[in-house]
Design a protein around this ligand. Structure first.
Ligand SMILES: N[C@H](CCC[C@H](N)C(=O)O)C(=O)O
Length: 279
């Protein structure tokens, strides 16, 4: 395999999906390059490039490619819906197709470009058992024994969803940071605050595990829509207004589909010196 950390530097792509921003490394045909040190340095908006998640594209058998996700603190994320949409957009363009399949920790997922140009990804079935989320102990997932009566939903990563009267009024930096590390979530959790604003429409703000406040979170939007439906607040098709844009969720027989915009921001190259400093 080719050594991607060779003297010429390392190419990357910066994209965002509804304001959820990503650095994408395309490692098809070569060895994996991401390490926790590289992810954390690259994720730093002053020392590195800055991102909510780093997504690395790898070769896969039986699918078009595989995807691995990292948070800006250097930790791994099992799922990232918006990065999945951004990468699919890029790969579909390269292949001249409007549909791709890719492998994540959740298994093989599908993405497609709709006629209106928006990119959809099937995030798979929601995880609705406490071991799967995971929680530290058995509990009613729709009504966790936590002040504020949140719900827990797994989408390949854990989510804790609060339905509140006014999501704008939530002290997100304080509340999100505390909830991320609530002892009921042994692997910590992403945290969503949602308010019903119309029929099948929600306003959502998010605190991401390993990253903090972001402008959007695709898996969080899926988890929130699933919890809203299971609580009888909405149907299975929900529109969510996030800080960085609008996402459409459709919980179908074959999984939770998430649709929204994708934007290519720039292409760049990491210098050999930067790579050498973060082995
Ligand atoms: N932004 C992502 C989710 C990141 C989740 C990550 N923070 C974790 O540790 O699970 C999304 O669009 O689904």
């Amino acid at each position: 395999m080719k050594d991607a950390r060779a003297p010429a530097g390392l190419a990357f792509v910066k994209m965002h999906g509804a304001g959820n921003d990503f650095v994408i490394l395309d490692s098809r045909g070569r060895d994996r390059v991401t390490t926790p040190a590289l992810a954390a340095a690259l994720g730093d908006r002053h020392r590195g490039v800055g991102f909510d998640q780093l997504a690395e594209i790898l070769d896969a058998e039986g699918a078009d490619y595989a995807l691995e996700f990292w948070n800006s603190d250097g930790s791994r994320a099992g799922a990232c819906g918006n990065a999945s949409r951004c990468v699919a957009d890029r790969v579909m363009q390269g292949l001249g197709r409007d549909r791709v399949s890719f492998v994540t920790e959740r298994g093989t997922l599908a993405a497609l470009r709709r006629p209106d140009g928006l990119v959809s990804v099937n995030m798979g079935d929601p995880i609705l058992d406490w071991q799967g989320v995971p929680l530290a102990e058995g509990a009613d997932l729709l009504h966790l024994p936590i002040a504020g009566d949140p719900a827990a939903v797994g989408m390949g990563n854990p989510h804790c969803v609060f339905f509140v009267a006014d999501a704008e009024a939530v002290d997100l930096p304080r509340e999100g940071g505390v909830m991320e590390h609530h002892p009921l979530f042994p692997k910590a959790t992403n945290v969503e605050y949602a308010t019903l604003t119309g029929p099948d429409r929600l306003r959502m703000r998010v605190w991401e595990r390993g990253t903090g406040i972001t402008l959007a979170c695709g898996s969080g939007a899926c988890a929130t829509a699933v919890a809203a439906h299971l609580r009888g607040l909405t149907g299975r098709r929900v529109t969510l207004d996030l800080d960085g844009g609008t996402l459409e969720i459709d919980w179908r027989e074959d999984g939770v589909w998430m649709t929204g915009p994708t934007t290519h921001v720039f292409d760049g190259t990491l210098t050999p010196a930067f790579l050498a400093a973060h082995p």
